[in-house]
Design a protein. Sequence first.
Lengths: 91, 175
Amino acid sequence: MKVWNDLPSSKIANSFVLANRIARKIEETKGGNEFLAGKKGGLSSGIRRDFVATEFGNRRRDGAKLIFEGPPAQVPADAPFAKDEDGGVTM
Amino acid sequence: MIFRRTAKKFDALPKNIARAYHRCHISKTMGIAVVAMAFDETLNNGGTAIKLAFQRAQSAKIAQKLTKDKKGNVLRKKGDVYLVDCNVTGSGEGTSKGPKFPLMAFFETTVFPEIEKLVKKGGRFEGYTPVIQGDNAGPHNDATFSRYVTDHCKNVGWLWEPQGPQMPHSSFERR
């Protein structure tokens, strides 16, 4: 319990971002693991370079606000969410 | 607590060295940690991390006889209920002599209510869509457990997106 209580929230937040960036690397190599090799290879993804720790998580060092680019979330058609006029899901 | 020599260890834990005739004489202790991260648009914006739950995999057992320690002190009497470390299963609760720790009950009584508290009306993260990502270990593939969680998530409008097995690095990027 001591480990759990002492674990900073920023570590958890950083791990989420890291998992996401590693998934991107795998995607870029089309499922391969070549990204682990080479001079700049490895699991490191510059998380501490890009993020600063806050009391409850992390935030970008440069303060930028990125917009999600990709397919919309596949929310079940009968999900109890409000839908906007275009049929998109309001979150 | 005894660590495997090659295991990564958190510095705050003291390291004890003990001798055992066989590894089966070392009782196994498992724990389940559930964490979440609330973010807008993409994880690359950063966000708020939440510690949802931390639970030792234990179940209750009823003492079949009086048990004493080496000094003669009574540890438990016959009929006493005590907690024992046990294996994690999907939905099976085991037997009274060999209890198990079913994930289904853990999700039903702890994980889902904790998430509900956060995203319900007036909650800290009202309006967010929870995406639940299990690690797809063996117990997650239990048919009863799998059916229960997918049905629950579908009913409340959450997303159940388990990782590929042995792929802790896979993740999601939407809320």
